[in-house]
Write a protein that binds this ligand. Structure first.
Ligand code: ATP
Length: 362
């Protein structure tokens, strides 16, 4: 593979005693859309600000195109940042805002105007060129901010929660604008968000952080299907997690996990071995649980229906086993309707051993 565009090499950032980013190692490739996600305070903005040149790493090295950029100021590196507040200049018109970066680089007026208008056109903003920023809607301002950052044709664009101030409908529309733009231009996007749905809808790879540490990096599908640890499993959602201990192995190599809710057979982890007696967490995707009067699967639990909620095209069914385990099951509407469930109904929940995972950590 070609040289990565960005490398975080053992990067640490502390503010006084507090470690905001702990030994980050991450490679970002040209043309990738990478989303950094995690709960509030996990260090995602600090990571982006170090890449933008707004914070300096305390240790380690950040490289852009193979060159160390730790000591370059934000205006000395080509890493523009678009953030929630946009920071558009209210005293300049739309086209003047877009021209600004080119003016700072000393480009002649006619040329920079031509380029700015070209970018406004690309973002569907031509008719607003002469307007004041105050006369634009939230979504239009967002696009002006993008045009202003992209007009200098940087190799990478950094975005910090750029859609969080928009309403849900507009945010989804802007997600389409962003991914379309990113793919058309072939530019690298590094996008910080606390929203899992945003990150999963747009990114080629997601970086999940917790308390300054990178917990997992992978495609949205891989992270959702195979969370490495309990934090990631809980963060991506839609998972049932229960603790138990390894009791042994069956003849086909499946791990037998015993818990207060029963004994279950689980496929062994792909990247490590587990030993008898080890405390483990078992993770079971809500979409993998089958329901029926009699579940013929290797793993099953008798449960009671305690509720359901409709989420878009899916239904979340909440169950509780006799041992008190709460299970979340997800079904498409048609399948849910076919089950004819009602509150309090007794039903078996079953799952295939191949669809359960053993996570790191209890
Ligand atoms: P949010 O989603 O809330 O923006 P985040 O993941 O982006 O969170 P950061 O802004 O990177 O989090 O902050 C990480 C941690 O570092 C937080 O605990 C924050 O309080 C701390 N921090 C950030 N900047 C500073 C600073 N300049 N001085 C001291 N502590 C800071």
């Amino acid at each position: 593979m070609s040289q990565p565009l960005v490398v975080f090499d053992n990067v640490v950032k502390h503010f006084g005693e507090f470690v905001a980013v702990e030994r980050m190692n991450l490679e970002i490739h040209r043309g990738e859309f990478v989303a950094i996600m995690g709960s509030s305070g996990c260090g995602k903005t600090t990571t982006l600000r170090m890449l933008a040149g707004l914070e300096k790493p305390s240790e380690g090295e950040i490289r852009l195109n193979g060159e160390r950029i730790n000591d370059l100021r934000s205006w000395e590196r080509d890493t523009p940042l678009v953030w929630q507040n946009l920071a558009l200049f209210p005293f300049l018109s739309v086209v003047e805002n877009v021209e600004f970066g080119l003016k700072m680089r000393g480009m002649a007026k006619a040329e920079r105007q031509r380029k700015a208008l070209e970018w406004l056109d690309r973002l569907g903003l031509s008719e607003f060129a002469a307007r004041d920023i105050a006369q634009l809607s939230g979504g239009q301002r967002q696009r002006v901010a993008l045009a202003r950052s992209l007009v200098t044709e940087p190799p990478i664009l950094l975005l910090d929660e750029p859609l969080s101030a928009l309403d849900a409908h507009l945010s989804v529309r802007m997600q389409g604008v962003l991914t379309g733009l990113q793919k058309d231009l072939g530019i690298t996007f590094v996008y910080v968000t606390h929203s899992q749905s945003e990150a999963f809808a747009m990114a080629d790879r997601v970086v999940i952080m917790s308390r300054g540490r990178v917990e997992q990096v992978g495609t949205p599908q891989a992270v959702f299907r195979e969370p490495h640890n309990r934090f990631v499993a809980e963060f991506v959602g839609g998972k049932n997690i229960l603790g138990g201990s390894v009791a042994g192995f069956d003849e086909s190599g499946l791990v037998r996990v015993e818990s207060e809710h029963g004994a279950f057979l689980v496929r062994p982890p792909m990247d490590r071995t587990v030993a008898a007696g080890e405390q483990v967490s078992l993770c079971l995707g809500a979409e993998h649980i089958q329901l029926g009067e009699r579940a013929a699967l290797a793993n099953r639990l008798e449960c009671r229906v305690v509720g359901e909620e409709f989420i878009g095209s899916m239904v979340n069914i909440h169950l509780e086993s006799a041992s008190g385990l709460e299970l979340q099951v997800q079904k498409p509407h048609a399948e849910y309707a076919g089950l004819g469930l009602h509150g309090g109904q007794k039903i078996f929940a079953g799952w295939d051993s191949a669809n359960a995972l053993i996570l790191r950590g209890e």
